[in-house]
Design a binder for this molecule. Structure first.
Ligand code: CA
Length: 258
């Protein structure tokens, strides 16, 4: 049985009035989620909140699922049960966004990212899923490494070798996402299983952190902090010290193996 501790913080940053990021931290469900909303006139706030609420409700409803319950989506035999739950939850969130736009045309064009971690402390399993450019990292043996691929234009260029990470952070198209929950067709959801070891730490963040503060700096801040709450506060402070151009959200999850 793992002991799982967590902390989360969110801040509008220094240049925006609203905070269009949303998050959910539910230790009882093992669910940790960050969503970064996009869209004018506060619509981004609606998209990220809708997505978080939809994912949280679906994961709660299927918490005792010993059957392959992913309705209205087909069960994917290549994925674990938790992988299927997360994939279905993100697709359901996408449909909720579509339905909200049908009800209120002022919300047209809204979208959100979603990056989720589902921890099964009893079985010792971690499942991650994401759509968009919000990131999930794992720190193991002091090294922080991203475990997701950004679904962004610059992310694709970095993977193809035509842009460096540093170029990507400054590129005028750095905010262009290639996949999001935008109410269109059921989105492709990247799902992965991670193992867990004593002391592993997972970080979920919006690009208001990862686009401003380098991975090495994040790693140093987490290592130096006396607690997970302090680490979250220090990461937000670092993003704001870097100009705070965007909303900043960070969740940290620590695994202790008894
Ligand atoms: Ca953002």
């Amino acid at each position: 049985m793992w002991r799982v501790s967590s902390a989360v913080a969110s801040h509008p940053g220094l240049r925006r009035e609203e905070n269009e990021d949303a998050f959910c931290v539910r230790g009882d469900l093992g669910l940790y989620l960050v969503a970064d909303g996009m869209g004018g006139h506060a619509a981004g706030e609606v998209a990220s909140r809708l997505a978080v609420d939809a994912v949280e409700a679906f994961i709660e409803d299927t918490r005792h699922a010993d059957v392959e319950r992913t309705w209205p989506f087909p069960y994917d035999p290549k994925l674990s049960l938790d992988g299927n739950r997360l994939k279905a939850a993100l697709r359901l969130a996408n449909r909720r966004i579509a339905a909200a736009v049908v009800r209120d045309q002022a919300l047209k064009g809204m979208a959100t990212t979603a990056a989720a971690v589902l921890v099964d402390a009893g079985a010792g399993r971690i499942t991650v899923a994401h759509v968009g450019d919000s990131r999930i990292y794992r720190r193991r043996a002091g090294q922080l490494a991203q475990v997701t691929h950004d679904h962004s234009w610059v992310g694709e260029q970095v993977r193809a070798g035509s842009l460096t990470e540093a170029d990507a952070k400054r590129h005028p198209w750095r905010n262009v996402v290639t996949r999001a929950l935008a109410g269109g067709d059921d989105p492709e959801v990247d799902v992965a299983q991670l193992d867990g070891r004593q002391g592993d730490l997972l970080m979920i963040c919006s690009d208001g952190l990862s686009g401003v503060v380098g991975d090495d700096t994040c790693q140093a801040i987490i290592t130096a902090a006396a607690s997970l709450d302090q680490a979250c506060a220090d990461l937000i402070a670092a993003a704001n010290a870097g100009g705070g151009p965007d909303n900043i959200t960070v969740a940290l999850i620590k695994i202790d193996v008894d």
